[in-house]
Each structure stands twice: as structure tokens, then as C-alpha cells.
Design a protein around this ligand. Structure first.
Ligand SMILES: Cc1cc2nc3c(=O)[nH]c(=O)nc-3n(C[C@H](O)[C@H](O)[C@H](O)COP(=O)(O)OP(=O)(O)OC[C@H]3O[C@@H](n4cnc5c(N)ncnc54)[C@H](O)[C@@H]3O)c2cc1C
Length: 601
């Protein structure tokens, strides 16, 4: 935790101190209405676990009062203070905060407008008495001196691996050891929560390794760090899939994770106290009995394959993009890629490079943004060398991002994409001339909002769009009606000859995993995973305020969902891990505002 610093007082600082003092007084007096009166009519308090044991945004004074009435007595917040001198720009005062609760220490961020709170973010950072063993608390490692019969670190690791899941049950089982499961596992290890991560692939990183060979991260290195261990300074800006896979494998080893590779979860059942998780490990059936079950099986992990008439008759190769082996076998052959988002573009470009004759089928409009423009205008202020030079560390960037309430985030995003459209006007014109149907999101708020709302509908252009614009990748427009033995036939009658059909048709909601592994009833009780309820395409309302079911309690006791991109996985794994740790230690965790379920998939 940082300390309050001596500083030259600014007007902004004096202003924030006065607000915080009044706020703290109201909290101490358990006067929810008085605290709520310090918030503007259009205001947002986003809480990550500190007050609500939930991930929750409340809106306006009424929302704040309701939340505080329900939580103040148990949370007992104290010591709200600034940790660096607040700043003021354009009528908004920004302040970085810390505070304590009855059980933990937290931090946050405040924006004041016209003397009232506009946005407040509060996050639980650690549990008192269960602090992570970092810095001054780091483990001693080798014990100096002479001790008869001592065991080595390796012997203790091997003993733990031998007993956990056999003679001693883990507290948490994480199904899915991709980047999400691994990051969460690292957090839980530091919090001393006995955990097993299982994955059907043999080695950590295989979820990346086994995909088509041209796959690479589209996000830049500054955005992608895992918890505790940043990429080194010579790490490439965009990792290729095998490099990120090796990093994940190394990370799993050095973070001492109990990772069961070649292990498939076949079913899970909750008896009210423990889960019965049946897994097949190298052909052996083992039943694990954890108290908590986390599905980290991939937010975009459950392939959507359209059931098209004629699929059985098609004589060539056909597979979902997630199973695409790469282009090597298709030189000189005809490939039809159904879909026009990230995977479709990546796969089309790789097939073209390998000398295939490629057609992309676009059914609906797609948002395209050039990688360079996105890095510069979209991410540059938060995640770049430029940001680091300006003092915006990864954690600070993550917190700034988290401090923007979803309800108004599109207002911050739209100007970014307006600027990108202006900068890349010629480029977009060329794409449209080639017949490509573009969009910029339902409200022109661009890529990140599409990602949060529906997790699809975009391509970060790392090269394929030029091939579409100049016709190297042929474009066909419309929905597919059927397949014949040799063709893909569109509803308008267009016939596309094909030796290969790739379904780059996206992924289903993560609760589909719960249906497969637990039951349809539990999947329906939990409801749709991901999305905000923005009432835009593929994100039906009503407004939820937070991403559905991610990193927070669900309507199924002891069932959690984790995942997202590397940034989300890094950031939210802490809050999920703290929720699990609190339960492991029997710390009361009264949940405020458990999400209602409006959609089952
Ligand atoms: C073209 C493209 C570009 C991308 N660029 C980026 C990027 O720049 N940044 C980024 O963060 N992401 C990127 N992604 C997305 C990335 O693939 C996913 O975000 C990421 O893999 C999600 O991680 P995860 O751990 O949640 O899930 P996954 O990596 O999908 O891992 C889930 C794991 O669960 C396992 N599993 C599932 N069911 C079971 C079961 N029953 N038993 C045992 N194991 C099971 C699977 O084997 C898998 O290893 C990109 C994807 C594509 C296609």
C-alpha cells in the first residue's frame, strides 16, 4: 500500500480532501443518505469486491444510498485518503485513493465535478491477515543453518503434487488452463488457496500452440502482462502464438502451479457443500471434491458451427476456425472462409500467403481498425512506452480503465474512433469500394465496446484488409444457404467452389460449458455470460451495469467464470481470487446486488 505523501497543496487537493472528509464522516456515522448526497445526479460508484463482495456499479445518489444501507455495517470503511496530489483538468478533478474495510485494504479512484462525485471506483486489494508474501514478506527460501532431515523445495513441491487431488482435496478446481486459468492459479497460489488447474491439452500454452500457425496476439505487450511477472523489456510488441505459449508454460512452472495437463473434466455436480468434479487424467478417472469450481474454459472457447444443409455431402475439408490447422495443405486449392471477423481475416491472409485461392464470405458488417491506429489513438495513452514514460504503469492504466463506468464508456470511446476514421479515411474508402461492408459499432463507439458487449464483430487489421481491398482475397456477400459436394451456395444463389470450408463463425456463451459439464438447469440458472445488456446488436437489454457473470458470484453457489483477454485476466483475477480466498478462510462475504438473469444464452 502506498503512503500518504507530504505535498504542496493544490486547490484540487484541498477540494478532494474536503470531499473525502465529509464522505468519511457520513460513512462513519452510517448515514447512507448523507454519503449519497455527495454524488451528482449522473454519477457512478463502481465497486470491485470491497463493499459489495461483488463486481457492481450503482448509479446516482439513490443507487449509492441503497448500496450503502445494505453494506455499511459489515464493511466498516475507514481512512479514505488520497495517495498522490489530485489534479484538475476541464472541470474534472481526479484523485487516487486508499481506504480500509473491516477485513481488508483497498484503493480507488475518484472524479469530482462541480463539487460532487461523478465517478468513484473502490477495489479490495488485500485481506488483512492474508497479505500476499511479496516484497518485505517474501518467503525466505533456503533456511540457513543445519537441520537434520530437512526437505528441499523440490521435495516439498513433489509431495504437494503427489497428494493434492489424491489424499488432500483442493479448495478450488479451475477447469481450463489457458491464460485465464493460469493467471487465476497464480493469484490463488500467492494467497495460499489449494488449487488444481486442469486442462485437456498436454502442456500449458497448448491452447495457443495448437492453433493455426500464423496466429499472433493482436494486443501489444504493454497490455498483456500476466500477474506478478511482466514480460521483459526486449519482448516483442506482438507475440506470436508459440512464443506466448512458451511464456505461459514457463510461467506455470515458476509460479509453482498445480497444473494437470492431459486432463479432461467430464462432469461436475454440486451437493450444497462440495463439488464432485469428475476428470479423466491420462486415461484414469479421478473425482475431485473442491469447495469452489471455476470455469476458465474460454470466453471465446465454445465453437459455433452453423448446421448448414449439405454439410454431410461436402467432399472437401471443413472445420471451425479454432480447429483450423493452418494453410500448408491448401496451396493452389480453393478455400472459402465463412465469416469476416478476426479469425476469418487471419486465416484468409495465411491461406493467401500459402498460395490458396481464397474467398471470404461476409454476412453482416464488420468493424475494422488498423492496428497502428488502434495502438496509437486507442491504447497509446495507457499501454505503450509513451504511457510508461508519462508515469502510467500497467496497474495505473488498468485502474484508469476500470474507473470508467460501462454506462458512459462509449462516450469516451467514440471520439477515439472518430479520429481513427478521419485518419484512415482513404483506407476505409478503399475497403468499401471493394464491397466490404463496414461498421463502427451500433453507436460508432468502436472496437472495445464491441468486445465488451458481444465479444465479436471486428478485425484488428494486421495485414489482411489490404488483400481484401485489392481483391487478392475475393469477397462474397450474404448468408450461406447450403453446401453441395463441391460448393458453398449463398442465399442469393452465388456458388463458390471449395476444397476447404472454414467456419469462422465465432463462439457461444460460456454458460454452454456449464450445460455440458454440469447441467442445462444450472446453465439456465446462471444465464448468459459476457455482455453488458447494452441493447445493441448481440447484446440484448436490459442494462446489467457489469459484464454478465464474469469474475463474480453467480446464481449457482460456488460456481465462477473467469477469462477474457490478457488485460482482463490479469486485472480481474485478483478480485476473483480474493473472493475465493475469503470463502476459504470463512470470512463473511455478504453479496450485494447479485445479478439477475435475463437471458439463458
Ligand atoms: C486471431 C485472434 C487474435 C487474438 N488476439 C488476442 C490478443 O491480442 N489478446 C488476447 O488476450 N487474446 C487474444 N485472442 C483471444 C484469445 O485466444 C482468448 O482471449 C484467450 O485464449 C482466452 O483465454 P482463456 O484462458 O480464457 O481461454 P482459452 O485460451 O480458450 O483456454 C481455455 C482452456 O480450457 C480448456 N478446456 C475446455 N474445456 C475443458 C474441459 N472440459 N476439460 C479440461 N480442459 C478444458 C481448453 O483446452 C483450453 O486450454 C485472440 C484470438 C484470435 C482468434
Amino acid at each position: 500500500m502506498s503512503q500518504t505523501v507530504d505535498r504542496a497543496r493544490t486547490d484540487a487537493g484541498v477540494h478532494v480532501d474536503a470531499w473525502l472528509a465529509t464522505f468519511q464522516d457520513a460513512l462513519t456515522a452510517r448515514d447512507a443518505e448523507a454519503a449519497a448526497a455527495l454524488f451528482g445526479a449522473d454519477s457512478f460508484w463502481r465497486d470491485l469486491v470491497a463493499f459489495t463482495w461483488n463486481i457492481k456499479t450503482v448509479e446516482g445518489p439513490a443507487g449509492v444510498a441503497d448500496m450503502l444501507r445494505a453494506t455499511l455495517d459489515t464493511v466498516d470503511p475507514t481512512g479514505f485518503r488520497v495517495v498522490e496530489e489530485p489534479t484538475e483538468a476541464g472541470g474534472v478533478t481526479d484523485a487516487w485513493l486508499e481506504f480500509e474495510t473491516a477485513v481488508g485494504r483497498g484503493s480507488g479512484h475518484l472524479r469530482l465535478k462541480d463539487g460532487l462525485a461523478w465517478t468513484l471506483l473502490t477495489t479490495l486489494d488485500e485481506l488483512k491477515g492474508h497479505e500476499e508474501p511479496t516484497s518485505d514478506r517474501r518467503p525466505r527460501g533456503a533456511e540457513h543453518g543445519a537441520v537434520r532431515g530437512r526437505s528441499t523445495w523440490l521435495e516439498r513441491r513433489e509431495a504437494e503434487e503427489a497428494e493434492l487431488g489424491r489424499t488432500r482435496q483442493p479448495y478450488v478446481v479451475v477447469v481450463g488452463g489457458g491464460q485465464g486459468g493460469i493467471a487465476l492459479g497464480a493469484r490463488l497460489r500467492q494467497l495460499d488457496v489449494p488449487t488444481i488447474i486442469i486442462d485437456k491439452h498436454e502442456k500449458p500454452g497448448d491452447a495457443w500452440r495448437k492453433r493455426y500457425k500464423s496466429l499472433a496476439l493482436h494486443d501489444p505487450v504493454w497490455y498483456d502482462h500476466l500477474p506478478y511477472l511482466d514480460f521483459p523489456q526486449n519482448w516483442p510488441v506482438f507475440s506470436t502464438k508459440d512464443k506466448i505459449a512458451d511464456w505461459l508454460q514457463m510461467y506455470t512452472t515458476v509460479m509453482e502451479l498445480n497444473y494437470w495437463g492431459s486432463t479432461t473434466c467430464t462432469s461436475a455436480r454440486y451437493d450444497g457443500e462440495r463439488w464432485e468434479v469428475v476428470v479423466e487424467r491420462d486415461g484414469e478417472e479421478i473425482t475431485l471434491r473442491p469447495a469452489q469450481l471455476v470455469l476458465a474454459t474460454g470466453v471465446s472457447g465454445k465453437p459455433n458451427v452453423p448446421s448448414l444443409p449439405g454439410r454431410d455431402q461436402f467432399a472437401g475439408d471443413q472445420h471451425h476456425s479454432s480447429a483450423h490447422p493452418g494453410p500448408d495443405a491448401y496451396k493452389g486449392r480453393k478455400a472459402v472462409v465463412i465469416g469476416s471477423n478476426n479469425s476469418a481475416h487471419d486465416i484468409c491472409a495465411a491461406l493467401w500467403e500459402a498460395g490458396a485461392d481464397v474467398t471470404m464470405v461476409q454476412r453482416s458488417s464488420t468493424h475494422i481498425v488498423r492496428s497502428d491506429s488502434l495502438m496509437d489513438l486507442g491504447l497509446g495513452d495507457l499501454y505503450s512506452e509513451r504511457a510508461l514514460a508519462a508515469g502510467v504503469t500497467t496497474h495505473k492504466a488498468d485502474t484508469i480503465f476500470a474507473s470508467l463506468p460501462y454506462r458512459i464508456m462509449h462516450q469516451f470511446q467514440k471520439p477515439v474512433y472518430d479520429a481513427i476514421r478521419e485518419r484512415d479515411a482513404d483506407y476505409y474508402a478503399r475497403l468499401e469500394k471493394a464491397g466490404f461492408e463496414l461498421d463502427y459499432g451500433d453507436d460508432d463507439s468502436g472496437l472495445f465496446m464491441k468486445y465488451l458487449r458481444r465479444g465479436s464483430g471486428y478485425y484488428i487489421d494486421v495485414g489482411a484488409s489490404e488483400l481484401v481491398a485489392d481483391g487478392s482475397i475475393a469477397l462474397a456477400r450474404g448468408a450461406v444457404r447450403e453446401l453441395t459436394e463441391t460448393e458453398v451456395v449463398l442465399v442469393d444463389g452465388t456458388r463458390l467452389e471449395a476444397d476447404l470450408v472454414v467456419y469462422a463463425t465465432g463462439y457461444g456463451s460460456m454458460n454452454g460449458w456449464a450445460a455440458d459439464l454440469i447441467s442445462q438447469e444450472v446453465a439456465d440458472r446462471v444465464g448468459k455470460v459476457w455482455g453488458l445488456g447494452s441493447d445493441t446488436t448481440k447484446d440484448p437489454g436490459p442494462w446489467e451495469g457489469e459484464q454478465r457473470n464474469m469474475w463474480k458470484p453467480t446464481r449457482q453457489e460456488a460456481l465462477w467464470f473467469h477469462g477474457g483477454n490478457l488485460h482482463q485476466s490479469r486485472y480481474y483475477s485478483l478480485y476473483l481470487a480474493l473472493q475465493l480466498k475469503a470463502r476459504c478462510e470463512n470470512i463473511p462475504t455478504p453479496v450485494y446486488g447479485l445479478q439477475e438473469v435475463h437471458h439463458t444464452s
